[in-house]
Design a protein around this ligand. Structure first.
Ligand SMILES: [Zn+2]
Length: 485
């Protein structure tokens, strides 16, 4: 619905082109599982934990309803509040051809009311009880959450279960909301050259996979989305056997279980939900690509590069944690190698950073970004980045840098436990992209286990220029022009 706006979330959303829609702000979850959508993800032994309340640091309690709804409970009794998040295993990469933006459009329409509740009644109730709420769409998931006083959980769950199947859409509401989304498109993409560059780069990076489509959609396709499209998509994907419910906060497992059964238990599963989410895959990349976006509104030229790399799900054992460490070592702050090389030593840039998204069902991205100093050509910066990448790939990191970076990553994961929403997002993002609870919980251990050779190997294997798209953002001197080669 409306966007969240933490700095991390924004960086992440811009970087991946997920516009309104925000990807998890927590450190990306790690490790891989064999099967992304196996509904027997939780064994019966795990289910038995549900019978007792566990301390916050323990394994979350889990439950699977007979209709396929996965429930994850994270008790935390430090404050009398609770976060309810429902994650649907559907995102922009699941949209039918020609209907880009549909997952995000439906996310907006989910606030339009049901047979039982008027439009915006849910939102108004959240506000009235002093809570807050939001929703976001990514390439692999759509999520809705409310953060409320603990005694309001039953009411929140009633609303959320009701709109899983009870949505009513009127043409009038659908058309006005489409205008809202088009306005959002203008604000977040059309009027922002940096976001447009990322949109173009993602399309060039993914030659075959639907990750190349922007989450918000291509404008001419958003313009044609209608009520029938939204309802068909809703009926196909919104069902208990395609959802994960996460409850984090000051509640007892013994209270939540009957509440979940009462509200969601009667909703029938959708038999058409596929066991696996299969999308067209990428061919082996054969050529580096360059995209130049020139716009008169650009005040600050910039260079970005995206490499096609494994996600936590598609990586072989240890590879995704090695990419996490590589990312932090290379561009995580002023002590990072890229920053030192470009900003401090060679004085070509005023900033430099990297980003790796592990949370994806299919192949993901590793990003390098730099802002040139005035007077420095982007081509010059591009060459310097190539040299730095080659340097990192052939020289073992300093032991102290290597340990520092691992400690920072692990600390970040520990801090995520201090924020209910972040913790729930961490689990939701992992579970909807094919990881298990143990994968998510074991993230810190997997980082701890990374060896320097693995980092070198990951950089040599994946930061291969043939796997990349480099984007130049430049100021157009004449009228608005764009070139893509
Ligand atoms: Zn939106």
């Amino acid at each position: 619905m409306k966007n969240r706006s933490t700095v991390n979330a924004m960086a992440s959303s811009i970087a991946t082109g997920a516009i309104d829609s925000v990807t998890p702000t927590s450190p990306a979850v790690e490790h891989r599982t064999a099967d992304s959508t196996n509904r027997n993800l939780y064994s019966s032994a795990e289910e038995s934990i549900f019978a007792e309340d566990k301390a916050r640091s323990d394994r979350p309690a889990t439950l699977m309803l007979p209709n396929g709804l996965q429930v994850v409970m994270i008790p935390d009794h430090r404050a009398p509040v609770v976060t309810q998040m429902i994650w649907y295993k559907v995102g922009s990469a699941d949209e039918p051809a020609g209907k880009s933006g549909l997952a995000h459009f439906l996310e907006h329409l989910m606030f339009k009311g049901t047979t039982k509740h008027q439009a915006d009644e849910f939102s108004q109730t959240v506000l009235r009880v002093g809570g807050n709420q939001n929703a976001f769409t990514g390439r692999d998931y759509t999520s809705y959450f409310q953060h409320v006083p603990r005694e309001q959980l039953g009411k929140m769950m009633e609303f959320e279960a009701d709109r899983m199947t009870g949505l009513i859409l009127k043409d009038r509401d659908v058309l006005s909301e489409r205008d809202v989304v088009l306005e959002e498109y203008n604000m977040r993409v059309a009027n922002r050259p940096d976001a447009r560059l990322v949109e173009q780069m993602m399309a060039a990076l993914y030659l075959n996979h639907p990750y190349g489509h922007p989450v918000i959609g291509w404008r001419q396709e958003i313009e044609n989305l209608d009520r029938e499209d939204a309802l068909a998509f809703y009926k196909r994907f919104y069902a208990p056997n395609n959802a994960i419910l996460i409850i984090a906060g000051d509640v007892k497992v013994s209270e939540v279980r009957p509440m979940v059964e009462r509200n969601f238990g009667g909703i029938p599963p959708q038999p058409s939900i596929p066991a696996e989410r299969l999308r067209p895959q990428e061919p082996t990349p054969a050529a580096p690509r360059t995209v130049t976006l020139a716009d008169p509104r650009v005040e600050q030229p910039a260079l970005r590069r995206l490499y096609l790399v494994p996600s936590a799900r598609t990586a072989t054992a240890g590879e995704s944690p090695a990419l996490e460490v590589l990312c932090k070592l290379m561009g995580g702050g002023i002590n990072s190698y890229l920053y030192r090389a470009l900003v401090i030593d060679r004085r070509l840039a005023i900033s430099a950073w990297t980003r790796y998204s592990a949370t994806a069902i299919d192949l993901s991205q590793f990003e390098i970004s730099a802002t040139p100093k005035p007077g420095v050509e982007l081509g010059q910066l591009d060459c310097a980045i190539d040299e730095t990448v080659a340097d990192i790939a052939h020289n073992s990191p300093q032991a102290e840098d290597f340990e520092r970076v691992k400690t920072q990553l692990i600390a970040q994961a520990i801090y995520a436990h201090d924020n209910l929403e972040e913790l729930a997002t961490w689990y939701g993002g992992g579970l909807t992209t094919g990881l298990s609870i143990d994968d998510v919980r074991g993230w810190s251990d997997s980082i701890r286990a990374v060896r320097a050779e693995q980092v070198l190997e990951a950089s040599r294997k994946w930061l291969d220029k043939k796997r990349s798209v480099t984007g130049y953002l430049t100021k157009a001197t004449s009228k608005h022009t764009e070139k893509r080669s």
